[in-house]
Design a binder for this molecule. Sequence first.
Ligand code: GUN
Length: 292
Amino acid sequence: MTAQLIDGKRIAQQVREEVALAVGRRVSAGKCIPTLATLLVGNRPDSAAYVASKSKACMELGMGSVSEHLPEDATQEQVEALVKKLDADPEIHGILVQLPLPAHLDEERVLSLISIEKDVDGFSPLNIGRLAQKGRVPLFMPCTPYGCIYLLEKSGVKIEGANAVVLGRSNIVGLPAALLLLSKNATVTVCHSRTKDLAAIIRQADILIAAIGKSEFVSGDWIKPGAAVIDVGINTIADPTKKSGKRLVGDVNFNEAKEVAGWITPVPGGVGPMTIAMLMKNTLTAAELQSS
Ligand code: GUN
């Protein structure tokens, strides 16, 4: 293995410890407890697991957590009424609507009801617009891309002037990751399903952020020697050698890429733990913005 392993679990733990200390200082100073509200609509097991771990993290860091759950067939009006109620509640500092919402709901309208000050996911058009424009600063950075950049910076990877390739253009990861890299003066290329000669573009990348949700899609010979590889993918594949019969892999073929890359994140234990850590950091920031 030539690549330096980027230990997301350890770096996320450090972020969580810093947040817990800051929360403790706030509470000792008589200030309010930073509180996150999560809203789950429906019963997707992956979404239910994600919101449960977000609530658990709040508890572990001494923060408040309000967990709302609406049934799969909730109406647009019911979802909007609940988001408006949470947005108006001064004891709630951050609101996270778990995505994807059931298909009959208008996600854009729901997200637009979250005030920019409570948009700890960083998905509102106002936060994304500020991230996109030169000289403007969003109140919150979307948690997964924020975690990716944090891992690069903590590992000493130079972003300014680097050729960065983002594989995937989702609203949650690919697009905001590209905007964040651009704001840090990387030269950014965004690749997607219609991109021609993907391998040739990826071979130019000093930094690769892979977020397309396809198991081990990027092979080792696509990686530029010495590149920093951040793998956002969390895919389950069959593995008869495991007791469970399956295991998690990323969007990059780790065993091949680690022999070529300069830095690489593992799956699991890379980007995954960072998403929740950055959400906790954003929720603390939200409380600081909203209360003295
Ligand atoms: N679904 C998958 N990732 C995320 C995330 O970071 N935030 C929200 N709200 N939903 C998600």
